[in-house]
Structures are given as C-alpha cells and as structure tokens.
Design a protein around this ligand. Sequence first.
Ligand SMILES: NC(=O)c1ccc[n+]([C@@H]2O[C@H](COP(=O)([O-])OP(=O)(O)OC[C@H]3O[C@@H](n4cnc5c(N)ncnc54)[C@H](OP(=O)(O)O)[C@@H]3O)[C@@H](O)[C@H]2O)c1
Length: 262
Amino acid sequence: MKTALITGATDGVGRVVAKRLAADGWRVLAHGRSDERGQSLAKETGATFLKADLASLAEVRRLAEAVKQETGALQLLINNAGIGSVGDKPGRRESADGHELRFAVNYLAGFLLTHLLLPLLKAGAPARIVNVSSAGQQAIDFDDVMLTQGYSGVRAYCQSKLAQILFTVDLGEELKGSGITANCLHPSTYMDTTMVRQSGNRPISSVETGADAIMQLAVSPRVDGKSGLYFNVLNESRANAQAYDAKARARLRRLSRELVRL
Ligand SMILES: NC(=O)c1ccc[n+]([C@@H]2O[C@H](COP(=O)([O-])OP(=O)(O)OC[C@H]3O[C@@H](n4cnc5c(N)ncnc54)[C@H](OP(=O)(O)O)[C@@H]3O)[C@@H](O)[C@H]2O)c1
C-alpha cells in the first residue's frame, strides 16, 4: 500500500485531497493542528491524524519523528498547510522561533519537514513531493526577509508562497536521478476555504477544482518524470522571475538551512 503525508489536511483543499487519496486506496497520514477536525477526518476516512503546530520548528521535527514511527517509506509528501494573508489575527506575528509567521509556517516548516523526510521518500521511490504554493507571489527582499519594515499580510503571504517555489526548483535539481520528483502549484483562485473567508475575499472557485490540480501533481501519469516545475492549476506555467534566479535560490537555501539548523 502506498503511503502519503499531507499537511494541513484538517481543513480546506487539503481535507478534500486527503479524502480522495484514502478513497483511492492510499494509506494517508493526515497532518493538522485542530484535534477535532483531525479526529473527524480520521474517523471518516481511516487516515492517521498527526497533530503539530508548524509555527514551531521543534514541532516540525516531532512531526517528522511521528511519521517515521508510522512508516519506513513514503511515496507522496504534500506540503499544503498554510496561513492566508489575514489569518485569525491581523498584523505582523512571529513563530515560536522568532521568524515572521507566514514565512515560518507556509515555507520554512515545509522546507525542514521535506529534508527530514527525504530518507523515507528515497525508500519509497518512485515518490513525489507537491508544494502547494499560489499565484500570489512577491520577490523576497533578502535585506528584510522577516519583514520588520513595511509589513503587510499580503506581502508576507506572497513572499512565503514564492519561497516555496524557489525551494521546488532547487529540489528538482537536487533530486535528479533519485526517483523523487518535486513540483508546485497554484491550486485555484479564491477557493471557498477558511483562509479566503478570513481575508474577506469572495470565494470564486471550489475546493474540488483545487483538489483536482493537486491530485494531478500527486498521482497523474501526465506528470511522470517532470520535476522542479510550477503549475497554474492544471497547466505548467512561469512563476515570478526570482524563482529562476540561481543566486536568489542559493541565498534562500543558505538562509533556510541556517534558520532551521540543518
Ligand atoms: N484558498 C485558496 O484560494 C488558495 C489559493 C492559492 C493557494 N492556496 C494554498 O492552498 C493551501 C491550503 O489552503 P486552504 O485554502 O485549503 O486553507 P484552509 O482551509 O485555511 O486550511 C489551512 C490548513 O492549514 C493548517 N494550518 C494552518 N496553520 C497551521 C499551523 N500553524 N500549523 C499546522 N497547520 C496549520 C490548518 O490546520 P487546522 O485547521 O487544523 O488549524 C488547515 O488544515 C495553502 O498553502 C494556501 O496558501 C489556497
């Protein structure tokens, strides 16, 4: 039986993807923060619920350990958990480690989790990594990555989403020949989810559309062998220019390794 880990599986599009994978016969490790939503998903689908607050790098490490207790091999990792531009409290906030919160939860947590789980993905190869990013992207200002000046929730969100894309392009190169592919995507625009409702935007697409796009990268033979790419919903697309700037990627990689102490 193939095993998948999906983060942010307790709500929104992640929950739909977790249900679809379970219905397709996958063993699903479903990560989230809310006990109530996690337990109800586990009951509904047979998924194993793994709880962790990704706003703490120690919890990310604990999550990776919990995954290792559950399985020796992974065929799929979907880094989907995220906070939107508004979240449950407006304004600049920091993670338990003192990093700007959206950078920490939306990007850095997935960066660390992926590295910690690479041995399991190698053991499960052929395996896929899917990073759920967004069309909302803003170039990272390396002089102020933690956004201490000119903060806005939209900027924080868009910077964190582009960081995921830079990371995916890197993974595509680093994992060549390993049997693991990595791609990222904008799942759909303003799906009807908690983060969109919190932002005050009117939902204009369904979680099913976003789930279709994530499932394509997760399981479709159409993307067999493709790696390091950005998809706009179902189609391969170009991300913000910074994603293709090797110096920017090297800088982000160095910084991220330092911040997560890899
Ligand atoms: N909605 C859209 O239109 C849209 C557009 C482009 C990209 N995206 C991306 O799609 C992904 C899913 O978004 P969504 O709209 O489905 O969001 P959502 O309904 O708000 O769900 C977010 C998920 O992330 C989890 N999460 C949030 N903060 C967390 C933390 N600190 N630690 C652990 N888990 C945390 C939540 O867990 P709990 O519920 O258990 O707290 C939940 O499962 C995100 O990466 C988002 O950026 C969404």
